[in-house]
Design a protein around this ligand. Structure first.
Ligand SMILES: [Cu+2]
Length: 149
């Protein structure tokens, strides 16, 4: 969406040579951006959950083990991770070895939230804006980040 708008924008600017056309084309571009933004808001309004996965073969990966990475979420949204790998993993808040690791959220190693097998899911609701790194305690090279805005 952003790339399409930028290309459109550049083409229009090359085409126009009078200020009034430039102003009109800027208005057209702004309306395209505005309608795109409201469409995005509608998508968020319809879904209070952001989908993410732990990809197949994640044990051997680093910052591509969780997808997408980073995960973009809005304040108040839930992020739902689905384990698409055959191995067990965790979604554990904080950086590897940090004193507060796992305090904010942790799928853990056992219990109903544990991502023990393919198809298992873990959810966490993000109530504040910020950047939230997380990792897998079983494979500390697996790292990701949630950006909440
Ligand atoms: Cu893992």
């Amino acid at each position: 969406m952003i790339f399409i708008t930028v290309n459109f924008n550049l083409r229009l600017i090359k085409m126009v040579n009078k200020p009034i056309y430039l102003a009109a084309s800027l208005l057209a571009i702004l309306s395209v951006i505005a309608s795109g933004a409201s469409a995005n808001n509608n998508v968020f309004a319809q879904s209070d959950e952001v989908q993410a996965t732990i990809v197949p073969g994640a044990s051997t990966l680093t910052d591509t083990a969780y997808s997408p990475n980073p995960i973009q979420a809005k304040v108040g949204q839930e992020v739902k991770w689905t384990n698409e790998d055959s191995a067990m993993h965790t979604v554990t808040s904080g950086t590897v070895g940090a004193a507060d690791a796992g305090k904010a959220f942790d799928s853990g190693l056992q219990g109903p939230n544990a991502l023990t097998a393919k198809g298992k899911t873990f959810e966490h609701k993000f109530d504040a804006a910020g950047e939230f790194p997380y990792h897998c305690t079983l494979h500390p090279a697996m790292v990701g980040k949630v950006i909440v805005s």
